[in-house]
Design a protein around this ligand. Structure first.
Ligand SMILES: [Zn+2]
Length: 278
């Protein structure tokens, strides 16, 4: 996963604030609100992301890696014509069930799947690889820059192989639209956002994975490169796709997202062996 966050130990707990979720028409069967006893303490901080390698030897790649993420993408250097991602496998899963929570920095979601088998999840293909959407989470502000400009947030859609190992991330930048008629259907489909200090976890939340893909012109125009996890241990070997379009949300949706999230971008990494668009 791009972000390593604690697996929450959970116990059933009712919560008045979230009563509305339970009657939300989109939310299907088996929906419960669970409350974690607490998150696992992280030994790294975003305010020192330039120095993560000094924390422990296992984080050495954060400094010595040759294709670390995130990076600045330069529009004058053109977009990709290689590794075209194919999301048609998502069509078999117009709706999925999963857990909705906050990973400590922003909204997050993991899809339900059977046992250790991830191959039943929505499939994305590129080249000769078939990968599966295991979940997503949001960073604030964006991790990737385009022409040096940082968006207000970034959605990471994490794709794993059949064994559950992260292999590719679609990093969708999020920006508010000045057009009062623009509203994100993806954001609109989510339950009320859970605050970063709240360890509540909602089970059985139905979402529509194609929504966020369609909201960025189905990722027809994009940058792609060889990158890494953007949190310790900064492991490499992930293919990144960054759509040219950012996902446009209403100002009201942006305000809610800002209120539920906290600072969570890693410093820009130097381009070395990233093979951008190659
Ligand atoms: Zn991430």
């Amino acid at each position: 996963m791009t972000c390593v966050f604690a697996i929450l130990a959970v116990s059933v707990h009712a919560c008045d604030i979230h009563k509305n979720y339970l009657s939300h028409p989109h939310l299907g069967r088996r929906q419960n609100l669970r409350r974690a006893e607490g998150r696992e303490e992280l030994d790294w901080e975003y305010s020192r992301s330039f120095d993560w390698h000094t924390i422990r030897p296992e984080y050495a790649t954060c400094q010595s890696g040759t294709n670390q993420s995130p990076i600045n993408l330069i529009s004058s250097q053109g977009l990709a014509t290689t590794h075209q991602p194919d999301f048609s496998g998502y069509a078999a899963h117009p709706e999925v069930a999963g857990n909705f929570f906050n990973w400590g920095f922003g909204p997050a979601y993991t899809l339900h799947h059977e046992g250790e088998d991830f191959s039943t999840l929505p499939a994305m293909k590129f080249d000769d690889q078939t990968l599966f959407l295991s979940g997503w989470h949001i960073h604030l502000p964006s991790e990737h820059l385009v022409d040096g400009v940082r968006s207000r947030a970034e959605l990471h859609m994490v794709h794993v192989d059949a064994a559950g190992e992260a292999k590719s991330v679609v990093g969708i930048r999020i920006d508010p639209s000045q057009d009062p008629n623009v509203k994100s259907a993806f954001m609109d489909s989510l339950p009320e956002l859970i605050h970063f200090n709240d360890t509540a976890e909602m089970e059985g939340v139905m979402t529509y994975p194609m929504a966020q893909i369609e909201e960025v012109s189905s990722v027809k125009e994009y940058w792609t490169y060889q990158g890494s996890l953007t949190t310790p241990p900064c492991s490499e070997g992930l293919r990144w796709f960054v759509p040219k379009d950012s996902l446009k949300v209403s100002v009201e949706q942006m305000v809610k997202l800002l209120g539920a999230s906290r600072f969570s971008h890693r410093v820009e990494q130097t381009v070395l062996l990233h093979q951008i668009n190659v």
